[in-house]
Ligand binder design. Structure first.
Ligand code: ATR
Length: 283
């Protein structure tokens, strides 16, 4: 119930109608009996500055930020988390300090760390777009043995690999063409697919790697969450590898944002249950 003391957090984006975050966060607040409400706000690009300043004046506690505002919003904030600054995009704002964070990449790390540690592992990242960028810097912070960024357009992979190296988080960052992925995967411990291959409605796309090129000690994460089991994860299961479903990144980026705003540990079980219900996933 909304009361005189309810604290407001929310989402700004354009559009925001199809977001899964409002039910997930409101379920979390309900579970912990916290007097908070999470509200979606459809903010047109030309209104971004006034939305941020207005939100501060309205004593709004925090925002998630989605497309198309993740980059432009940074100029209206006082502080940036160092990794968000390296990534160059923000998906979470804490109005207490007018500070921006990027929890997308941490979401992926936490999802993988449910099944394996990243330290000293060989990691292959497919794709070199926005999602890959958010994930790659956080991966580098976990001290893996190596990161190989593979992309169709090799210049983008090269440029991201150089940015990660220049961050001084780690040195052993390589790049190559996605065509070479089978060779990389045979020596890898962890594969993260950040491309949209297999995303609904293209669920019958050809997977970027086939079961025959995987091995049973491999952990395979597809950040696509619709369908739940992408063609890549089916191949991983056929190879006896360990799948990490895309829904987990969605869950943990939300959990991280919740923890930034409230200082409390996020109730991830109820958040995941709500996400699955909203996404209509049976497993
Ligand atoms: P996001 O923000 O989700 O990362 P993006 O920035 O558009 O989205 O990046 C999509 C990534 O998936 C890109 O690296 C893209 O490769 P290119 O840079 O070569 O375009 C990759 N990608 C998209 N479709 C792909 C496909 N069919 N096969 C392989 N890679 C694909």
């Amino acid at each position: 119930m909304i009361s005189g003391s309810t604290k407001i957090v929310g989402l700004i984006g354009h559009p925001v109608e199809h977001s899964f975050s409002p039910p997930m966060h409101n379920a979390a607040f309900g579970e912990l009996e916290m007097d908070y409400a999470y509200i979606p706000f459809n903010v047109y690009p030309e209104n971004l500055k006034s939305a941020i300043l207005g939100a501060k004046s309205l004593n709004i506690k925090g925002f998630n930020v989605t497309i198309p505002h993740k980059i432009n919003v940074m100029k209206y904030l006082d502080k940036l988390d160092p990794i968000a600054e390296l990534i160059g995009a923000v998906n979470t704002i804490d109005f207490k300090e007018m500070k921006g964070y990027n929890t997308d990449g941490i979401g992926c790390i936490r999802a993988i760390e449910e099944v394996t540690s990243i330290k000293d592992k060989n990691v292959v990242v497919a794709g070199a777009g926005g999602a890959s960028r958010a994930i790659s810097f956080y991966l580098a912070r976990e001290n893996p043995q190596s990161i190989a960024i593979l992309n169709r357009n090799m210049n983008k992979a090269k440029s991201l690999a150089e940015d990660v190296k220049n961050s001084k988080l780690m040195d052993n960052v390589n790049f190559d063409s996605t065509d070479k992925i089978a060779g990389y995967v045979s020596d890898a411990d962890i594969l993260i697919d950040t491309t949209p291959v297999g995303m609904s409605p293209h669920i019958n796309d050809e997977a970027i790697v086939k079961a025959e090129d995987m091995h049973s000690d491999l952990v395979v994460n597809d950040i696509v969450y619709n369908p739940n089991e992408t063609v890549l994860l089916s191949e991983a299961i056929n190879a006896g590898a360990t799948p990490v479903y895309g829904i987990k990144m969605l869950l943990y980026q939300g959990a991280e944002s919740f923890e930034i705003w409230t200082g409390k540990k996020a109730p991830v079980e109820v958040m995941e249950k709500t996400l699955r219900k909203t996404l209509d996933l049976s497993r």
